[in-house]
Design a protein around this ligand. Structure first.
Ligand code: GLU
Length: 497
């Protein structure tokens, strides 16, 4: 089953649009296995479908896989001993194999026009018989076929599936698998481009691929591939078909229905690459001890085909959010700050490049927020108050409605007066002053009640990092200004004056 020699695996995305999350999922499993085995991971671009080809898609595949740290050893951009790795640059490679199949009687020319094939399929559907090519062209010369209706002068090449093709194979994930009998699949299209089925077999063989690790949707194609390997006299690789990623309603994840089918979505949303990898890993795999939070290295080290799920895992974004929070908390403070920075820059809170004083504020904020966010994209709302220019600072209307009510004006003023007298502006002294003025011994409030209006006035929101720390970080001037401004807005100034 598995030939001797080092493991070589590949991921073979088709550049047809925004990279699909399935490309990352397949890359992850291929790479985890390759790294465990000391093998090689190849990236091959399957761009033979010219109708669906999108020029920018290949670069997006590179960018998103790099972001995830799923690096390949050989590929179109890297080269390697089996270059080129883009199928459109390998067209000359396929033709001789097609000629050999034709000469050996395993394939035939088919001149049926698209219209005839459509009519044939519709008729089969109407009669409720299995659809498939009816072999009108088998055994005919071009001249003979031209006399019949539905002739097209540009033929395709089809495989001649024998009466008893190999329909079962051993899958590393599923054990013995059987698939339905294939149709006489087109191998070479009228435009001279190979179909996926021809190109994938020729390239997997020529590139020395030992294990074909791909999605479950290809199981039904595997018998065609087995035939081609056998006809061409090539050793079959091992196969592992991974379960399809599914929506909660069990349908296949598609870019049309689910924004999370697009890999770039995860970048935009502020997920950490290590959390997404963990999530994708967990969808198909479990660690021997059931540990749910794991790194790529842990997955690769323990990798075992026997522990791959065969049931379609549901893509549960709540679980991803939880995992992301876990990975956020594992970052060093410096790493967290470095990853947070672009989100603050994109939100216009920090300049590009960041100013030293902005970096200092960010560093001071890290211990206050690292445990409080699940996604980095939550940061601008949480820490914006520490970066906005004072003249742009405003309390969110919802926070104001809840916390800045006229009865709270005296609370704001009492806090401001107490803070005015603080000489060393530290978290401890800020807290002591506020608590002394507002809690027992002062206005007699409970802390929650006392902090509610202060938080809204100072941070502009109902949720913020811890209040005393936030006030210490903002500095006396800004805190006093914001407290008094909030009190003024409630008409407190008029009362006092
Ligand atoms: N180009 C195919 C795809 O886009 C690759 C399938 C395979 O790995 O054999 O899914």
């Amino acid at each position: 089953m598995t030939g001797p020699g080092p493991v070589r695996v590949r991921v073979a995305p088709s550049p047809t649009g925004d990279p699909h999350v399935g490309t990352a999922y397949m890359s992850l499993f291929n790479l985890a296995f390759a790294r465990q085995q000391g093998g090689t991971f190849v990236l091959r671009v399957e761009d033979t479908d010219r109708a669906r080809f999108r020029a920018d898609s290949e670069q997006q595949v590179y960018d998103t896989l790099h972001w995830l740290g799923l690096d390949w050893d050989e590929g179109p951009d890297k080269g390697g001993p089996y270059a080129p790795y883009r199928q459109s640059e390998r067209l000359d490679t396929y033709r001789p194999h097609v000629d050999r199949l034709l000469a050996d009687g395993h394939a035939y020319l088919c001149w049926c026009s698209g219209e005839r094939l459509t009519a044939m399929r519709e008729e089969q559907q109407r009669r409720k018989v299995p659809t498939g090519y009816d072999r009108l062209c088998v055994g005919k010369s071009e001249a003979e076929r031209a006399e019949l209706p539905g002739f097209s002068p540009d033929p395709v090449v089809r495989m001649l599936v024998p009466d008893a093709p190999p329909l079962s194979f051993v899958d590393l994930v599923r054990g013995e698998v059987s698939a339905p009998r294939p149709d006489d699949q087109v191998l070479l299209k009228a435009d001279g481009f190979p179909t996926y089925h021809l190109a994938v077999v020729v390239d997997d063989h020529l590139m020395g691929i030992t294990h074909v690790v791909r999605g479950e949707e290809w199981i039904s194609s595997t018998p065609k591939h087995l035939l081609l390997f056998d006809w061409l006299g090539w050793e079959r690789p091992a196969f592992a078909h991974m379960p399809l990623l599914r929506n909660a309603d069990k349908s296949k994840i598609s870019k049309r229905k689910n924004p999370a089918a697009r890999l770039t979505w995860f970048l935009e949303q502020g997920y950490l690459p290590e959390a997404l990898l963990n999530f994708l890993g967990l969808l198909g795999y479990s660690l021997p001890d059931g540990q749910e939070v794991f790194s790529f290295e842990e997955m690769s080290r323990t990798f075992d085909w026997g522990r791959i799920n065969t049931v379609g895992p549901v893509f549960d974004l709540d679980k991803l959010g939880w995992l992301n929070g876990e990975h956020v908390r594992r970052l060093s403070e410096d790493d967290f700050a470095a990853r947070a920075l672009p989100f603050l820059q994109r939100a216009g809170l920090v300049s590009e490049p960041a100013l030293p004083e902005q970096l200092e504020v960010l560093r001071a904020l890290v211990p206050l927020v690292q445990t409080r966010v699940a996604l980095l994209s939550e940061l601008p709302a949480l820490v914006g108050f520490a970066f906005v220019p004072e003249e742009e600072f405003a309390v969110e209307p919802s926070a104001a409605a809840k916390a800045l009510t006229p009865t709270n004006a005296p609370v704001l003023l009492a806090a401001a007066d107490a803070l005015e007298a603080v000489t060393d502006w530290t978290t401890a002294s800020v807290q002591a002053a506020v608590d002394g003025a507002l809690l027992e011994g002062g206005l007699g409030l409970k802390r929650g009640k006392a902090y509610l209006p202060l938080r809204a006035a100072v941070s502009g929101a109902s949720v913020s990092p811890p209040l005393p720390e936030s006030m210490a970080l903002l500095g006396r001037e800004r805190v006093l200004r914001r407290l008094r401004a909030a009190a003024d807005a409630l008409g407190a100034g008029a009362d006092v004056g």
